[in-house]
Design a protein around this ligand. Structure first.
Ligand SMILES: [Zn+2]
Length: 184
């Protein structure tokens, strides 16, 4: 079994949008995140995107459109020398009460099953408390927050104290450096 780094998509790789990422023109990469993924591509970790895309369940975009966006995002990471080994998406609206929408662990569990991942040696990086919760519920070694996207606000929420202790990094690069320096 292999260890993985699970990455949230919006707020970690690309900018969040209040009105959802609906089309390719809504996709704005964090240049530093692409560089960080390039540096990390030689690591032994599988790199897995885990993303809530409720715009599908809300009827704003189709599942096919959302999957196409994921493919283009992955292709752009690859074009800049990075690597994405899998993308797992929850397309459901919150009221569907599914098991895959973070903070639930379904996406990570799906990935672990499909790709034979060792969750206990894996990490989760996100910009939201729900990412921390999903990672922990899945049993990862460590879940951490980045101060990109919604990260600064999320780290300051009252609920964050209930989830302490967790590490917060300024960028994806710093979070990945932490993982590299604490490898097995
Ligand atoms: Zn779901």
């Amino acid at each position: 079994m292999e260890p993985a780094v699970f990455l949230d998509r919006d707020g970690v790789i690309i900018e969040n949008r209040d009105d959802y990422v609906r089309s390719w023109s809504d996709v704005e990469f964090f240049p530093a995140a692409l560089a960080a993924l390039q540096s990390f591509s030689s690591s032994p970790y599988r790199i897995i995107l885990v993303t809530n895309q409720s715009a599908v369940g809300r009827g704003l975009i189709t599942l096919a459109q959302a999957e196409r966006l994921n493919r283009r995002i992955t292709a752009a990471v690859k074009a800049s020398g990075g690597r994405v080994d899998g993308t797992f998406m929850c397309p459901h609206a919150p009221q569907a009460n599914c098991n895959c929408r973070k903070p639930r662990p379904g996406l990570l569990l799906q990935a672990a099953e499909a790709l034979n991942l060792d969750l206990s040696r894996s990490f989760m990086i996100g910009d939201a408390l729900s990412d921390l919760q999903a990672g922990r519920a899945a049993g990862v070694r460590e879940a951490m927050l980045v101060r990109t996207g919604r990260g600064i606000r999320q780290a300051g929420l009252p609920e964050a104290t209930l989830l302490q202790p967790f590490r917060v990094f300024d960028s994806l690069a710093e979070a990945l450096d932490h993982i590299s320096s604490h490898s097995e």
